[in-house]
Write a protein that binds this ligand. Structure first.
Ligand SMILES: Cc1cc2nc3c(=O)[nH]c(=O)nc-3n(C[C@H](O)[C@H](O)[C@H](O)COP(=O)(O)OP(=O)(O)OC[C@H]3O[C@@H](n4cnc5c(N)ncnc54)[C@H](O)[C@@H]3O)c2cc1C
Length: 801
């Protein structure tokens, strides 16, 4: 048995990148085990495309980091090229919504510093003279994109890692893994390794290796093909004339990519009906092999590509590459700690593992070294799917993602596959009331309420079919009273004699007194916001914590890790407890009717009681995210429907209505309330997020305290009023400018119906800037003004009434 610090399983682009970055960060005793030779999974046969196009700053950074590594850093370190061709790339379209998407991504790129250019047909012709322009509205040009030789890049990372002392064991399949006495024991064909950390970078085999680790890895292999042509005369002629390489071209509507390969083309189609492969177990002896070509499946896409690039039809097919590619339920990779097991990490599930690999390895190396990711990790965090992501879910979502590889990513997009797998006790009732549902962390929740049966979201980058419905819901909450199904929250019970001491050490705020409710932010070691908990203390040995739906596994890990040394028990109650929101000025009257009492004057804001409501035992929290007086009724699942119906009956004389997540989002922005996962992330501290009033560092000790206090405020979160055209409302990832200079980014936004303003929360990276601001909404600059106080009820008079 050999003792080491880290074992990485898998020698593809992802595993070798982690090995490289850990070794360069000074980690010692790191071993990468690979069952074949390096790259002999999916990496060797990838088409090597590298892009900067992404809807999320973190994903864009992963991709940009890979390009820098393959293009500049590795060649300098090894003295050898990784075969990176800076060809540039473009996406072209006939679809007006797609142009909106391009404008949105181009806008974000001004903030991230990887500028992309919106182009019209003339520029397309100039950049890609072999493309036809029929029907094209325009496109987006990605000047720093290109393609790399995946094997050269991966081997270069391995070589440099070895130079820094890392060890690579080739032809060493891992056969079994167990956790024993605080160490991971990894049995391989050639011996046993004992390690503190273990990393699953097994790509196509990620699920199988996950099973050995005791972890559910929600990824599925799907077959993807590309074809390589013989010599294309037009390209040969261009080469002879000394013309530059053609840019990569993608037509997302027709679902293909095409790049120049020597004097021919590579064409990669993505069919709508994906073919999953070996879902129940990739054969252990499967290695670098390819599947036989299956061009019938993609013939129609090849024809469409030939219509756009007729030169494709002037050459025969030299080779077809048909191999497995992994898809997670949202097509983003799985990076970070594995849920529920110590010192186990995932670096797998990438369907773009070459363009993301270089950056993903760096990202995870930072996380392992510093205990926190370098940027907001929500889009890639390996714990964003729970055990509810079962086989059917994984498969149906992988098929959907593959088919939508080139789908338009709308804001507020709700995809149809894998739905109704986690439903609240109120699900059927909500649908009967006209709820148009969305999914949060696999759980169904009402987004808005429609008068029309079976209505659905009409996807758009502009105001769409739910705008007026949300206005009506806001009106009911503001002027009368309304009910909501808030059951998607994560919910945890904390019990034991050390409850208060544990809560005091948990986050930046002190725990509330028994009977009261508080808000605390658990920090990363670097002082960023790891979690946001609403904390209700019922007794010195009994508390109840609520947090965001998608944080369930992350928060459970965090609570369990931080509970060490305290005599407390943490219990996840998420699936057992339902939550009913009862909000609005008449909410106290409705509660009085349900409890047979007077309107509860002695039930002040931010207090909580355990009491019978309509005869049903409930935890009643006087708390509101919408800026009106109200209560959250937390009840055991089996009592939820009866309580909801009783509340509707009691509220009928007051004109009780219903509201969904979109109305809540609009109302919380009017109050300037931050949302975890959007506005609150590991990247920024609570002080940088404008939450100083919830930070109580004096005389206390909690993780991240010193780091938070030490870091100079690099960011400042501001609430903005934006002058829109009444058509495009702000949402996440829009760049904020000061006199034309990019100075910040919008993290969330909506129209505030009560105040008649378009609102957004945004981070300024130059905290002192106060005026001359504008936000670019789909390519148009709109004046923006910082609001000194929230525009709705800034003194909380209504809230406390
Ligand atoms: C046709 C095609 C074209 C593609 N084109 C592109 C592209 O242009 N750009 C892009 O970014 N991506 C592309 N991809 C996707 C890309 O190939 C993968 O995302 C990427 O290679 C994944 O890298 P990885 O390191 O995660 O996995 P892999 O390369 O599969 O590496 C995993 C390694 O783990 C090893 N392993 C597994 N189980 C064990 C075990 N029990 N013990 C020891 N070792 C084990 C395997 O042998 C393998 O070498 C393409 C994929 C296909 C199929």
């Amino acid at each position: 048995m050999t003792d080491v610090n880290v074992v990485i399983i898998g020698g593809g682009a992802m595993g070798c990148s982690l090995l490289y970055h850990l070794a360069k960060a000074g980690w010692r005793d790191i071993v990468l085990v690979e069952k074949n030779d390096l790259t002999h999974g999916s990496t060797w046969h990838a088409a090597g495309l590298c892009t900067h196009f992404a809807h999320n700053p973190t994903i864009q950074e992963l991709r940009a980091t890979s390009v820098r590594l393959y293009r500049d850093i590795l060649p300098e370190e090894t003295g050898e090229s990784c075969g990176f061709h800076r060809s540039g790339a473009m996406r072209v379209t006939r679809n007006p919504d797609r142009m909106d998407e391009f404008r949105h991504v181009a806008g974000l790129s001004e903030f991230t510093g990887y500028p992309l250019e919106i182009i019209g047909p003339e520029r397309i012709a100039e950049l890609h003279p072999l493309a036809t322009l029929d029907g094209l509205l325009g496109g987006i040009y990605e000047p720093h994109d290109g393609h790399v030789d995946p094997s050269l890049a991966t081997n270069a990372m391995a070589k440099v890692a070895q130079r820094h002392g890392a060890v690579i064991q080739r032809y060493t399949p891992v056969l079994a893994i167990r956790h024993e006495n605080g160490r991971w024991v990894v049995e391989t064909k050639t011996g046993v390794l004992r390690a503190l950390h273990i990393v699953n970078a097994a790509g196509t085999w990620g699920f199988e290796v996950g099973r050995m680790m005791g972890v559910n890895v929600p990824s599925v292999p799907v077959l993807h093909q590309y074809l390589v042509t013989d010599t294309v005369p037009a390209i040969a002629a261009r080469q002879k004339a000394g013309a530059a390489e053609l840019p990569i071209i993608r037509d997302p509507e027709e679902s293909w990519y095409c790049r120049q390969e020597r004097d021919g083309f590579i064409l990669g189609p993505y069919e709508k009906q994906a073919q999953v492969w070996s879902v129940d177990g990739v054969p252990p002896d499967f290695g670098a092999e390819l599947m036989p070509p299956d061009l019938d499946r993609v013939e129609h896409i090849i024809e469409a590509a030939m219509a756009r690039v007729p030169a494709l039809g002037t050459a025969g097919i030299k080779t077809v590459v048909n191999g497995p590619i992994t898809f997670t339920p949202d097509a983003n990779p799985l990076i970070g700690p594995a849920h529920g097991v110590p010192n186990a990490w995932l670096l797998t599930g990438s369907s773009m593992g070459v363009m993301e690999g270089g950056g993903a390895g760096k990202f995870l190396a930072h996380w392992m070294t510093h205990g926190a990711p370098p940027m907001d990790a929500l889009a890639v965090d390996s714990r964003r799917f729970g055990t509810w992501a079962d086989r059917d879910y994984r498969v149906t979502k992988a098929i959907e993602c593959f088919g939508l590889q080139f789908g338009v990513h709308y804001p507020f997009e709700e995809r149809p596959a894998g739905r109704n797998i986690r439903v609240s006790a109120l699900h059927e009732l909500m649908k009967q009331r006209g709820a148009v549902m969305g999914a949060a962390h696999g759980a169904e929740r009402p987004n808005w309420f429609s008068a029309r049966p079976d209505d659905e979201n009409r996807d758009s980058f502009r105001r769409t079919n739910w705008f007026d419905a949300v206005a009506r819901e806001v009106d009911a909450v503001t002027n009368r009273v309304a009910l909501a199904d808030l059951s998607v929250f994560s919910k945890f019970d904390v019990t034991g004699p050390d409850t208060l001491r544990f809560l005091d050490a948990l986050g930046a705020n002190v725990p509330p007194k028994p009977g009261r409710i508080g808000l605390t932010h658990a920090l990363t070691p670097a002082g960023g916001v790891a979690s946001e908990f609403t904390v209700t203390v019922f007794a010195p040995d009994r508390a109840y914590l609520n947090s965001a739906a998608v944080a369930e596994e992350m928060d459970l890990d965090l609570l369990n890790a931080r509970a060490k040394g305290f005599d407390v028990t943490i219990r996840n109650r998420t699936d057992e407890v339902s939550v009913i929101g009862l909000m609005g000025p008449r909410a106290p009257d409705v509660l009085a009717r349900l409890t047979g009492g007077e309107p509860p004057g002695g039930f002040p804001w931010l207090s909580a009681r355990e009491m019978a409501v309509a005869g049903i035992p409930a935890r009643v929290l006087r708390v509101s995210y919408v800026g009106e007086p109200g209560f959250e009724l937390h009840v055991e699942r089996q009592g939820a429907e009866a309580l909801f119906l009783a509340a509707e009956k009691a509220g009928a004389p007051f004109g009780i209505g219903h509201y969904g997540a979109y109305a809540a989002n609009s109302m919380r922005l009017e109050k300037g309330y931050r949302a975890w996962g959007m506005d609150l992330t590991t990247e920024r501290s609570p002080l940088e997020t404008g939450l100083g009033f919830l930070v109580k560092p004096e005389g206390r000790n909690f993780i991240g305290r010193e780091a938070m206090l030490k870091r100079s405020p690099n960011w400042d979160m501001v609430l903005l009023e934006i002058e829109t055209d009444g058509e495009v409302e702000p949402f996440y990832a829009h760049t904020l400018f000061a006199r034309g200079r990019p100075v910040g980014v919008v993290t969330s936004g909506a129209y505030g119906h009560r105040v008649g303003k378009s609102l957004a929360l945004a981070f300024l990276r130059e905290p002192k800037i106060r005026d001359g601001l504008s936000v670019k909404l789909l390519g148009r600059e709109r004046p923006a003004r910082i609001l000194a106080t929230p525009p709705y009820d800034p003194q909380n008079t209504k809230l406390k009434a």
